[in-house]
Each structure stands twice: as C-alpha cells, then as structure tokens.
Design a protein around this ligand. Structure first.
Ligand code: COA
Ligand code: MG
Length: 291
C-alpha cells in the first residue's frame, strides 16, 4: 500500500449535489468525502450513487483524496453503494457505524470483490471506519487491530449520542470518554484519528477551540461540513511556527545532552518530551512546513 495521505480536513459533500461536488474540487480540503449515507435521503440513494460515480469519473479533484462514504453494513445498502461507485476509482471508502470487526470484514470483502471484478488493485483502496455506536466503542480494540486496508478511525459524536441517549452540549464533556478511547485505539495500531463534526457553521472561535482540544487528545484531523471551516481546521491540525521552533530546540538540546534528562527554560525534558517534539516535527514534515 502506498503512503498514508495527510488527512487534516475531511470535507463531507452530499452525494446527490453535483453543485457541491463541483465546488469541493476548488476547496482546500485534504480529503473530499462524497456522501451516500446521512446527507442523502433514502429515496435518493440510487440517484446519488450515479451522481457520485459520474463526478468521480469526470471531475479533476487535483491532489485531494477522493473518498466515498457508503451506508452502514447493517443498512444492506453498502454492497450496491460499492458496486455502483468502484469503477470510478475512488481512493477509498468511509464506512459508518462500524459496530464490530465482523462488519468491517464484511464491508472490506465487498470492496475487494468489486475491485477485483473491475480489474482494479484492491490494495490501493483505503478504508476509514467511523466509530459512532455504543457497540463500536465497546469493540474498539478489535476494530482498531483489523489491519490493512484500515487507515483511520473517525469519531462520530452525534450518532453515538443518539445511540446512547446522551444529551449533547457545547462542552463535549459527555463524549470525552469515547472521544479519548477512539484516539487511543487508533494510536495503539498506528491509525490516524479523525475528530467529530462541529455543527455551528459560523462560530469560528468555537471551531478553533474544538480543534485545539482534539489535537490535545491526539487527533490528527477533523471532519468538515462547510467550506468556511476548512482554513481553521487545516491550520489547527498543522503545527504552528512556535510549536515547530520549540520542537526543533528540544531535539537540538537533546542531541547536545546525549538524550538524557535535562532542563530547558526551567522545565524538565526527557524521553517522552523528546518523542512529543519528534511527533510535532513529523506532522510539520507531512504538512510540507519543514523538510
Ligand atoms: N461541500 C461543498 N460545497 C459546499 C458544502 C460542502 N459540504 N457546503 C456548502 N457548500 C457550498 C455551497 O454550495 C455554496 O456554494 P455556491 O453558492 O457556489 O452553491 C457555498 O458553499 C456556501 O454554502 P451555504 O449557502 O453557506 O450553505 P448551504 O445552505 O448551501 O448548505 C449545508 C449548508 C449544511 C447543507 C452544507 O454545508 C452541507 O451540505 N454540508 C455537508 C452535509 C453532510 O455531508 N452531512 C453528512 C456528514 S456529517
Ligand atoms: Mg454518522
């Protein structure tokens, strides 16, 4: 499998809207997710599949990753979603409401089967799983351990709230446990962790704060639902100039101290701090901010 792409921003675009899909090809999203699931009314699914297929075949998405969100395994719609879109060669599929590893295995088997039927290399297709049900949270260790082609876990807060009977608040405190659990499960198996949707389209400060906390938890990217959110999210999930400078100073000082514990600006630096600095520099490199 080729290198895992940078996924700071995953822009969701309703699969039934040719206009929004066209617009997405001009927007600064790392990944575009053409949605066949909850953005599309049940009666419009067949039509949306055709629109998505045709758009993937005819539009130039530039360097943006092209993903399709299919319907959940339990819906019974997933095989037709894959069958009708795979010939248009998306870069991968986003699978929602993954309850357990068996569902993920079934979904991946369908993808591989249809890819082979089209003479495509199934190994080139990425899979991203949304964890957004109580069962999905309970079964995180096995889901995260699935292996290729799974590249990322996405945390879906609002379906989870509906499933559990949570009451959503702007504080996000009610989802702190599953949000943390998804980030840790992803890290345990070398997967990317993609954070929840921010629904208020015009609250830039709120979005920025939510991005910052997601990063604090270990998330590397975020779902985006409106073009106005993209700049904030891309910036928030790229290390800042100050973070990069600080990380470079730590690494330089660590090299000078032979990687044993030392003090820098009145704070202790030892192996975990050095590892965090290395993480910052790796993310900066992936975002093209340093060499
Ligand atoms: N992708 C691409 N373009 C989008 C977009 C999106 N997700 N959301 C809005 N746009 C475009 C609009 O088409 C419009 O461009 P235009 O004037 O050239 O047509 C422009 O951005 C401004 O949009 P605006 O008028 O502010 O929003 P709206 O009322 O058209 O749409 C939503 C609001 C919420 C319906 C829309 O943002 C959307 O569809 N979001 C994604 C929904 C989704 O996929 N949900 C499932 C995943 S959680
Ligand atoms: Mg959902």
């Amino acid at each position: 499998m080729s290198a895992v792409p940078l996924r700071r921003s995953l822009l969701f675009v309703p699969g039934e809207s040719r206009r929004k899909i066209e617009k997405s090809t001009t927007l600064p999203a790392d990944s575009v997710v053409l949605d066949l699931e909850d953005a599309v009314a049940p009666a419009n699914k067949p039509q949306a599949r055709q629109i998505v297929r045709e758009a993937l075949q005819s539009l130039d998405f530039g360097t943006r990753e092209r993903l399709v969100r299919v319907n959940a395994w339990q819906s019974g719609l997933l095989p037709d979603d894959v069958r009708d879109t795979i010939a248009a060669r998306p870069d991968g599929y986003v699978i929602p409401k993954v309850n357990n590893v068996e569902e993920l295995r079934h979904a991946c088997a369908v993808i591989v089967e249809h890819a082979r039927a089209q003479g495509l290399d199934a190994q080139r297709l990425a899979v991203l799983a949304i964890i957004e049900t109580a069962l999905g949270v309970m079964n995180l260790p096995a889901i995260a351990a699935f292996g290729a082609p799974l590249q990322a876990l996405i945390f879906g807060a609002d379906d989870l709230a509906a499933d559990v009977g949570m009451i959503r608040t702007p504080s996000n405190l009610e989802v702190l446990y599953p949000r943390t659990a998804v980030a840790i499960a992803a890290a345990a198996y070398g997967l990317q962790a993609i954070d929840l949707v921010f629904f208020d389209l015009h609250d830039e400060a709120g979005l920025e704060a939510e991005c910052r906390f997601g990063r604090q938890l270990g998330y590397s990217g975020k779902m985006v639902i409106h073009p106005a959110q993209l700049a904030v999210v891309n910036r928030a999930f790229s290390p800042s100039a100050e973070e990069i400078a600080r990380a470079q100073r730590i690494i330089q000082a660590a090299e000078a101290h032979g990687y044993s514990a030392f003090a820098l600006d009145g704070r202790m630096v030892d192996a975990p701090i050095i590892k965090q600095a290395q993480n910052v520099l790796a993310r900066a490199r992936a975002a093209g901010l340093i060499q």
